[in-house]
Write a protein that binds this ligand. Structure first.
Ligand code: 5GP
Ligand code: ZN
Length: 119
């Protein structure tokens, strides 16, 4: 289940510009902004403007939109200059992954050596 906007969703509010964010990239369908609590020099969240709860739900409802989120993540990596050095894309999904915002967001992490496996 998804809906176009959810007024009680923090990231829908960022899309509406009723909550401020440092926006780094935008298209008609996606928005990318810096994480408020960055875990690396580059830590940007890429979201679809339309509300979907998680990556799989988005991909089922709108596969083109899912592709646009990934393409925008690549653009963000270029903007921050980490496309050559490398970066990590993460979709935390559900409780064990510590998803805290239930509007799908792709973390773009880069600018340092990222350990694997993650904690
Ligand atoms: P999750 O744990 O759901 O994958 O990640 C949610 C992310 O959203 C966290 O990294 C958190 O720091 C970030 N975040 C939470 N509230 C805000 C906010 O108001 N503005 C921004 N820019 N990031 C936020
Ligand atoms: Zn939302």
């Amino acid at each position: 289940y998804s809906e176009r906007v959810s007024t009680d969703c923090l990231f829908c509010r960022i899309v509406e510009r009723s909550v401020p964010a440092t926006i780094v990239h935008e298209t008609d369908t996606v928005l990318a902004f810096r994480d408020i609590d960055p875990q690396a020099d580059t830590h940007v969240l890429v979201i679809p403007k339309e509300h979907h709860t998680d990556a799989a739900a988005m991909a089922v409802a709108d596969p083109q939109l899912a592709g646009e989120v990934l393409a925008a993540a690549g653009e963000v990596a270029k903007i921050d200059g980490v496309d050559a050095s490398g970066y990590r894309l993460v979709f935390n999904t559900g409780k064990d992954a510590n998803q805290t915002v239930f509007h799908v967001h792709c973390h773009v992490l880069g600018g340092r050596n990222l350990t694997w496996p993650p904690g």
